[in-house]
Design a protein around this ligand. Structure first.
Ligand code: PEP
Ligand code: MN
Length: 263
């Protein structure tokens, strides 16, 4: 179902009054994690003003250490809904467990499956039984074929609304958090009709690389970007070093608008 051979035209996924895919760039922006009402409202208002189409924010966080901030959980989803009501931006948040699926279907506009759950086949099958748009991130060490097979798990259950995300892969290089595989966009576009977006923030792990990698993503034909934006990166509870400020985000949007049609 994900294979381009059986579906030659690019898939365009409807979400509210917007779409993802086709000849335009979708921008999803927001903090790694929802931290409090002030933070999410201020970031949401600022990314909206700069032209973002969707708000991201983690409520359930897959952290390497069990002692790190794990997210505000249900309260995080409530705060995202407040930010959506205030800005009109549809919300994207990561699900970690099948047990939370009903809540996510009700509360969020795009359900994110994180890199660490790309091959959580029970979770893939469960979200496949909904009709929610799914943002499926490439696993830390997953091949393109494995990513497409995970999309297939979702689609095999009947949900064709899958957006793929390249977020950097693990290599021998340690200077960057991950290695952004730009060629994955070209390969995926050859093999599949599904939209593919890039996450330059998790790929680089460094905020100052985000602008150039965003431009490079456009050059290889990505359908969108998901960018971490925080009002106070130095004090963020998660992923501060890779987060850009709302001011930098606005200037990035200005330069992207010169080379792509943003919608
Ligand atoms: C995230 O989007 O904050 C995240 C945890 O991403 P990934 O699953 O790509 O590491
Ligand atoms: Mn993050």
């Amino acid at each position: 179902k994900a294979n381009r051979v059986f579906h030659p035209e690019d898939t365009v996924i409807p979400i509210g009054n917007q779409t993802i895919g086709g000849n335009k760039l979708t921008i999803i922006a927001g903090p790694c994690s929802v931290e409090n009402e002030n933070q999410i409202l201020s970031v949401a208002n600022q990314v909206k003003a700069a032209g973002a189409g969707f708000l991201r924010g983690g409520a359930y966080k897959p952290r390497t250490s069990p002692y790190s901030f794990q997210g505000l959980k249900e309260e995080g989803l409530e705060l995202l809904k407040i930010a959506r009501a205030a800005t009109g931006l549809p919300i994207v948040s990561e699900i970690m467990s099948v047990s939370k699926l009903d809540k996510f279907v009700e509360d969020v506009d795009i359900i994110q499956i994180g890199a660490r759950n790309m091959q959580n086949f029970d979770l893939l099958k469960a979200v496949g039984q909904t009709n929610k748009p799914i943002l499926l991130k490439r696993g830390l060490s997953a091949t393109i074929e494995e990513l497409l097979m995970s999309a297939e798990y979702i689609m095999a259950e009947g949900n064709d609304n899958v957006i793929l995300c390249e977020r950097g892969i693990r290599t021998f290089e340690t200077y960057t958090r991950n290695t952004l595989d730009l060629s994955a966009v070209l390969a995926i576009k050859k093999l599949s009709h599904l939209p593919v977006i890039i996450d330059p923030s998790h790929a680089a792990g460094k905020w100052w690389m985000v602008e150039a990698l965003s431009k490079a993503s456009i050059a290889v034909g990505a359908d969108g970007l998901i960018i971490e934006v925080h009002n106070d990166p130095a004090n963020a509870s998660c992923d501060g070093p890779q987060s850009i400020t709302p001011e930098r985000f606005a200037s990035l949007m200005g330069s992207l608008a010169q080379i792509a049609k943003i919608e």
